[in-house]
Write a protein that binds this ligand. Structure first.
Ligand SMILES: C[S@@+](CC[C@H](N)C(=O)[O-])C[C@H]1O[C@@H](n2cnc3c(N)ncnc32)[C@H](O)[C@@H]1O
Length: 916
């Protein structure tokens, strides 16, 4: 169960009449315990309580007690020998009126609350369900609860109003949900006078059978779109007069409200009863997005970008600098004023803004700095000069775009309350502004200069509807004459294989002025190119979260020469890290952050992770496309090595429709002589790693006739011929004449083979290189060295080669896609002396011997990072020691140092031998 499901389950439990006998079991069930577990507890078999309660080993000791005895009972649970013996993490006592609980394994303060309120503390209990992101969830528990409730309402409304789920009415539905969220927030934050005004009015004025819930709601919405003086004339009911005039487009346009079932009405009232003052507009928006996406609902509330991750983009992009200027200004009123004026002109633009989390966080951070300025200048209550409309976005989907506007409006109000007090905040909040500053559209098709025009551009369209105006041009002027623009966000990553035809077209359009091979690029690169081009026209800098693949392998020479020109430089970068969210079912993608501009900065910063997992920063002179300190180079594939080190070849490519392969069953049908002469072991990637070869036919040209004398082989050759003849490829059709042969035969025979997989997992610490005997065949899933000295193994499995390969070869999700032309032919090696070669040969032999000691363990077993045998690890360590000493006379301190050295050598190597 995920956190949202648990929240729902315990909320339902708290709503039911208290059943003392059943409560402990129902509580455990709500945290995902299986029926059989509960049955065993009920039967007493696994219940270890010595107090007549329910004690689940390693989990919780619960006791329901008589009224008024809760505190005493909790003390008894704490002292109980069974609690200690069974290693219970939690104790919980309740009498159905109040509830007290303690987490014995942490310093968290205990929960003491009314019974009906215990779901408010659901985050506290989440370790019971094995959920480890408890802190994040606890901090955002309101947002999760609100999201889950709104989702239930959404789904229920669509049941009764299926037409509202169609694309024609999706916008109305989304707009309706945005209105509701606003009303819930407004009634809890005094924007509406009287706490709970909206929910109470619906409760009182709409019939219990829900027949007129929609008309009552509609009347309220219409009232909020009508000035008070005009309401009588509009025929609005008197009870709607207590609602303010809100407008701002939020309540204009189509006023339809979907029909409510009794259940939907009760959901609505339940949502209203949440405490909406606790909403985090930055988090909530991302959580709520999933409500409108059928396929996303499963992970509702779980996909959101954490604030610390967003700050990794915003801090180095602009906030660090503003804070530094604030510190420099001290109490100097003039310098403080100048800083405030500067901030008032800053624009933050997120061209894939989703529900606006980057914008909200940037806005809140800048308001915080402004508030400090105002405090130091002795004018704490002064009106904010930071225009909300300078926080601009583009978003493809309608619902997040709506929520982004709302989130910013809520953020502005919360900041006003925080820094200026509620009275002043309220005085200026309504009516809402009617400008539209979040554009719903395709960022790769829209002209950013028109959405976020350079300074001084006048108003193009003055819309009167915050939520429904034309979208393809700037609708309002910016208060940023002479100001800076910061472009930021985490645009969709999408590797080339996963892009839709429309998305490919988007990229084609963006790259049309370049000669880049855009087809291999991730979708996110379109945003980088557009942001860079935007910088030609106005004073701007940009920083995006992107997949790390754009800074590796084949994408680098395609993309980066176009980014690192016209004085555009990387000012800061975060090297690869996991961008995770709360969705436990999805591993986070590995991302980088790149911050760029055409204003050269001397203090370029690379953020990475040190050995203890902490963020470490280095100031460097230049950051290249691989996010390494060093000159701008783009590593291109080379057809051969520039030195006398052996080249790496391909494996043998069958192109046989599988007919040259033989399963063990088929082998049983063949006489021994045929097997000895024509059947070989064959290794692909998985066979090499698991040490379990398959079998294939391997027939010399001179022996085809003899082999075809066997009926099974003859039929296999016929099938290969037919398959090849039917192929569209000329080369394959040509091979039909020689069906006994792999289409590409690389192996001549008689050589010992060193092989490594084309695709290999990033989880192993060493490349899984194997030594195969001369009688085996390697398939095209492997790269191979035929008949070369074993010292090559020492180079292949080294840490230096690993970091080089990880940087310059492509990745497929969490795997490396090795390439001989990119990974091996470019790998910078020093000149080896005879002695070096002899030392390395011994290291390679030691590694192979250490593997032998553990026979029959496979490469998969031996290189399992958690179970690697110590002697093997030490043999690798020695190998790295010997090799690294040849490079620099000592071990490298870390991978960054390794890479920097390799890049330095690469530059020299290409200069002396001529660039590829
Ligand atoms: C990874 S999300 C980031 C959103 C938000 N910052 C967050 O963390 O939730 C990327 C957003 O880009 C939007 N998007 C996808 N393609 C787009 C396009 N071509 N133009 C504008 N937005 C797009 C998606 O709808 C999604 O909301």
């Amino acid at each position: 169960m995920n956190a949202v499901e648990i929240e729902e389950a315990i909320s339902q439990l708290a709503d039911q009449p208290f059943d003392p006998a059943n409560f402990p079991y129902a509580f455990l069930e709500a945290f995902g315990n299986k029926e059989t577990t509960i049955k065993r507890l009920r039967a007493g078999a696994s219940n270890k309580s010595d107090l007549g309660g329910v004690l689940q080993t390693s989990n919780i000791h619960i006791k329901v007690c008589a009224e008024g005895e809760v505190t005493k009972t909790l003390a008894a649970l704490r002292e109980s020998p069974s609690t200690i013996r069974a290693k219970a993490k939690f104790i919980l006592a309740t009498d159905g009126q109040t509830l007290e609980a303690e987490n014995l394994a942490s310093d968290d303060s205990p929960v003491v609350c009314a019974f009906k309120d215990f779901p408010d503390h659901f985050g506290f209990f989440l370790p019971l369900a094995g959920i480890s992101t408890v802190r994040q969830i606890s901090e955002n528990s309101f947002d999760i609860r609100a999201t889950s409730r709104l989702n239930r309402l959404y789904v229920e409304l669509l049941k009764d109003n299926p037409e509202w789920g169609t694309s024609a009415r999706r916008h109305d539905m989304n707009h309706f949900m945005a209105r509701l969220i606003f009303c819930f927030f407004a009634e809890d934050t005094d924007i509406f006078i009287g706490k709970g005004l909206f929910t109470d009015t619906i409760t009182q004025m709409s019939a219990r059978d829900s027949s007129n819930t929609n008309t009552v709601t509609e009347a309220l919405f219409r009232a909020m779109n009508t000035k008070i003086a005009e309401r009588d004339r509009e025929g609005l009911p008197r009870w709607s007069n207590s609602f303010p005039y809100v407008n701002g487009g939020l309540f204009s346009g189509n006023m339809d409200v979907p029909r409510f079932s009794k259940i939907a009405r009760s959901y609505l009232l339940h949502i209203g009863n949440l405490d909406w003052t606790k909403i985090n507009p930055d988090i909530f928006g991302s959580m709520i997005q999933a409500v409108a996406e059928d396929e996303e609902r499963g992970a509702l509330g779980m996909h959101y970008t954490s604030v610390p991750n967003i700050l990794k983009v915003l801090n180095p992009l602009c906030l660090d600098d503003l804070r530094a200027k604030l510190a420099e200004a001290g109490d100097n009123p003039r310098t403080l004023l100048n800083l405030r004026k500067r901030m008032a002109k800053i624009r933050v633009f997120d061209p894939a803004c989703g529900s606006g989390n980057f914008l909200v966080i940037a806005y809140k951070a800048i308001r915080e700095i402004e508030a400090e300025i105002n405090k130091r200048r002795g004018e704490p209550e002064i009106r904010s000069e930071i225009p909300l409309t300078n926080y601009r976005g583009i978003e493809l989907r309608d619902f997040p775009a709506e929520i982004a506007r709302l989130a910013l409006v809520i953020a502005e109000y919360q900041c006003d309350v925080l820094y200026r007090g509620q009275k002043l905040a309220l005085a200026e909040f309504l009516p809402l502004r009617s400008e539209n500053w979040i554009t719903c559209g395709n960022a790769l098709r829209l002209d950013w200069l028109s959405i976020c025009p350079p300074t001084g551009t006048g108003v193009k369209v003055q819309a009167d509807d915050l939520f429904g105006s034309p979208l393809d041009q700037a609708e309002i002027d910016f208060q940023n004459e002479g100001g800076e623009t910061y472009i930021c966000g985490n645009p969709p990553y999408k590797g080339s294989k996963y892009q839709s035809p429309e998305q490919k077209d988007d990229l084609k359009g963006v790259f049309k002025s370049t000669n880049a091979g855009w087809k291999s690029l991730d979708y996110v690169s379109g945003w980088l190119i557009k942001a860079k081009e935007y910088g030609h026209h106005t004073n701007s800098a940009f920083a995006f979260v992107a997949t790390n693949s754009i800074c590796q392998g084949i994408q680098v020479p395609e993309l980066w020469p176009h980014l690192l020109r016209d004085n555009c430089e990387i000012n800061f970068a975060y090297t690869s890290f996991k961008w995770s969210n709360l969705a436990s079912n999805k591993a986070g993608v590995t991302v980088v952050i790149v911050g760029m501009s055409n204003c050269s900065r001397s203090d370029k910063r690379i953020f990475g992770t040190d050995d203890q997992g902490r963020t470490a920063v280095r100031t460097v002179q230049n950051i290249n496309a691989y996010l390494i300190s060093g000159p701008n180079i783009f590593i291109q594939a080379r057809s051969s090595r520039p030195d006398n080190i052996p080249g790496m070849d391909f494996g043998n490519k069958a192109v046989d429709g599988g007919h040259l392969y033989l399963e063990r069953e088929a082998l049983k049908e063949l006489p021994k002589e045929i097997i000895n002469n024509f059947v070989r072991k064959i290794y692909g990637a998985s066979e090499l790693i698991k040490g379990t070869p398959r079998f294939c036919l391997w027939i010399a040209d001179s022996e085809v006739e003899k082999a075809a004398g066997n009926t099974l082989i003859a039929s296999r050759l016929r099938l290969v011929r037919e398959m090849r003849l039917a192929s569209e490829k000329i080369a394959t059709r040509r091979g039909a004449g020689q069906p006994h042969k792999f289409e590409e035969r690389r192996q001549r025979g008689g050589e010992e083979i060193i092989a490594l997989p084309r695709i290999t997992s990033e989880n192993r610490d060493y490349l899984p290189v194997g030594l195969l005997d001369s009688h085996t065949i390697v398939s095209s899933q492997l790269f191979a060295f035929y008949n070369v000295k074993v010292f090559v193994v020492a180079l292949l499995v080294s840490r230096l080669h690993w970091v080089w390969m990880a940087t310059v070869c492509a990745r497929m999700r969490t795997d490396f896609s090795y390439s001989n032309t990119l990974g091996w032919n470019t790998f910078p090696l020093p000149t080896f002396t005879e002695k070096n070669m002899a030392d390395l040969t011994r290291c390679a032999e030691d590694i192979l011997l250490a593997r032998e000691h553990h026979f029959p363990a496979s490469i998969a077993d031996l290189y399992d990072p958690d179970a690697m045998p110590e002697d093997l690890r030490q043999a690798h360590e020695r190998n790295d020691e010997v090799l690294e000493r040849i490079y620099i006379g000592r071990r490298f301190k870390n991978d960054t140092e390794r890479l920097e050295k390799l890049f330095e050598l690469y530059t020299k190597m290409t200069k002396t031998k001529g660039a590829a």
